[in-house]
Design a protein around this ligand. Structure first.
Ligand SMILES: Cc1ncc(COP(=O)(O)O)c(C=O)c1O
Length: 287
């Protein structure tokens, strides 16, 4: 692995410590942008096209023209990885509306800013995998377009800070009725009466690529699936898990200091995690 990280910034690859954008970039001024995170295992990407398609959808939703075609973006992601060839990597792609004098309104065509950075993908500790993760719940204070992968993540940062303060791994957002929507950087699923349940896709949750993968592998293994609003105190709830690109699926064994089920990583959660890890292993071989 090379010593220096390299970033892609608006058509050039530069050392990360020399990678800058203008202070009047609308990403900095207004969080006027969107992003993606893709995982790469041994040189093979997990669902790269679905991630890029979601990026395109996010751009369309806030009327930013995609600065490159999906194929060009794919090539750039691959080049960025070649510049930073970690065995396992996470690749961030960020697009903002571009640079202009600070004013809310945009009245002229703009050139979007495109940044790609690569970091080593952190692995969850063995202890965390054995014991399961912990979460707290918080009232949802986010905006009403959580289906867009916006870089405006202030509420998510606050939720994560609160979870750090309370020595847990994630904060789950609850709607007014107490339904679990998703986490600050994860989707949340539960096993209720043997059925895998997760909030349906609407404006309150991000359509997680790993969520889709988890539902697919569970279905393939004969587990029934239900996409519906759900609560943590439902009768028959035995397992909880969270899904994300950076962590696949992780069992959640404690929420708000209460044990989920028997307080141990659930059987279905572990099965789903292991099926995803098997897919990643097969992918790695092809990389
Ligand atoms: C709010 C939110 N929900 C869900 C997810 C999981 O999405 P994915 O599985 O595509 O990484 C993320 C990932 O960053 C997220 O930020």
């Amino acid at each position: 692995m090379k010593k220096h990280l390299v970033a892609y910034v608006n058509n050039t690859f530069v050392p990360l410590n020399k990678a800058y954008i203008h202070i009047e970039d609308r990403g900095f001024q207004f969080a006027d942008g969107v992003y993606e995170v893709v995982a790469c295992f041994g040189g093979a990407y997990l669902d790269l096209m679905p991630h890029l398609q979601r990026l395109e959808k996010s751009c369309i939703a806030i009327a930013i023209g995609l600065p490159k075609s999906l194929n060009e973006l794919q090539n750039l992601v691959e080049k960025a990885y070649q510049e930073n060839p970690f065995e396992d990597a996470m690749i961030y792609i960020q697009i903002t509306r571009g640079v202009s004098p600070r004013a809310h309104v945009v009245d002229k065509p703009m050139t979007p800013t495109l940044v790609i950075t690569v970091r080593e993908l952190p692995k969850p500790s063995e202890e965390k995998l054995k014991q399961g993760t912990k979460a707290i719940t918080m009232q949802d204070i986010r905006w009403k377009h959580c289906e867009i992968k916006s870089i405006a993540l202030l509420a998510n940062v606050m939720g994560k800070q609160e979870s750090l303060k309370q020595h847990v791994d994630e904060a789950f957002w609850l709607d007014q009725q107490g339904h679990v929507l998703e986490g600050c950087a994860t989707n949340v699923l539960a096993v209720i009466g043997g059925v895998l349940v997760t909030h349906p896709l609407d404006h309150q949750v991000l359509g997680g690529i790993t969520r889709t993968m988890a539902l697919q592998v569970a279905k393939g293994a004969g587990v029934d699936i239900e996409e519906r609003p759900w609560k943590l105190d439902e009768i028959g709830l035995t397992e909880c898990m969270m899904s994300s690109t950076t962590n696949a699926v992780l069992p959640v064994c404690m929420v708000d200091k209460k044990e989920v089920g028997d307080g141990k990583p659930g059987e279905i959660s572990l099965r789903i995690r292991n099926m995803i890890l098997r897919n990643i292993k097969a992918l790695r071989k092809r990389g």
